[in-house]
Design a protein around this ligand. Structure first.
Ligand code: FMN
Length: 211
């Protein structure tokens, strides 16, 4: 079996973390860097990833996350946040960054800028939030995969009240909303779910080739 398939069969949504094992700073930074490098539609990166180290904040988040122990017990908690709007100002800043990074003129990117402004106009205030969340999930996927390859456990969570987390982390003022949480660390020997067999659709149910 390939290394990647081995890693993906090894990983599972970890429920109980070993409270004494910490992810090293190097490993954490590598995981975060893979998230930062995630692709997004137009490259707009409508997200921010917040590593919550503060124990009090993690306790508060746990209270609005159905008391899931991994929120406080895992080595680290990452809150994947999405932008709540894509403003023209944000698009223009992205164009500026692109021009600077690639050493090209802002004028040469006018068509790209117009395309993104039109794209925003096609959305309403709710659907743009959904769009941003979808992009953020790409980073979650990459985080889960990279963690597995590195032998780091992860527990993704949608089971929380986003309004509660937004308030705890004061996200509104940054035009952000919490989209998905991910605990990372190392599985505890006590976690019986680590032995559960994976339940997945069969290949023929999940995948179809149309010729
Ligand atoms: C986006 C997302 C949100 C999830 N939210 C939770 C959660 O809040 N609590 C939990 O215990 N598991 C959560 N899970 C774990 C899933 O139940 C788990 O990934 C799924 O059953 C497949 O099992 P596996 O990841 O162990 O292979 C979540 C998984 C994903 C991908």
């Amino acid at each position: 079996m390939s290394e990647i398939l081995k890693a993906l069969n090894w990983r599972y949504a970890t429920q109980v973390f070993d409270q004494n094992k910490k992810v090293s700073e190097n490993d954490l930074n590598e995981l975060l860097e893979t998230m930062r490098l995630s692709p997004s539609s137009f490259g707009l990166q409508p997200w921010k990833f917040i590593v919550v180290e503060n124990k009090e904040l993690r306790k508060e988040i746990r209270e609005v996350a159905f008391n899931q122990p991994k929120v406080t017990d895992a080595s680290h908690l990452i809150v994947l946040c999405s932008k709540t709007d894509i403003t023209e100002e944000y698009i223009k800043q992205y164009i500026k960054d692109t021009a600077e990074t690639r050493n090209i003129s802002i004028d040469s990117l006018k068509g790209f800028e117009d395309m993104m402004i039109n794209f925003r106009k096609l959305h309403n205030n709710e659907s743009i939030k959904d769009w941003a969340k979808k992009q953020t999930y790409i980073a979650l996927g990459i985080l889960l995969q990279t963690a597995a390859i590195k032998g780091i456990d992860a527990g993704p969570m949608e089971g929380f009240d986003p309004n509660g987390v937004d308030e705890i982390l004061n996200l509104k003022k940054e035009d952000l909303t919490s989209t998905v949480l991910c605990a990372i660390g190392y599985r505890s020997k006590e976690d019986k779910t680590s032995n559960y067999k994976k339940v997945r659709h069969s290949i023929s149910k999940a995948i179809e080739t149309r010729k």
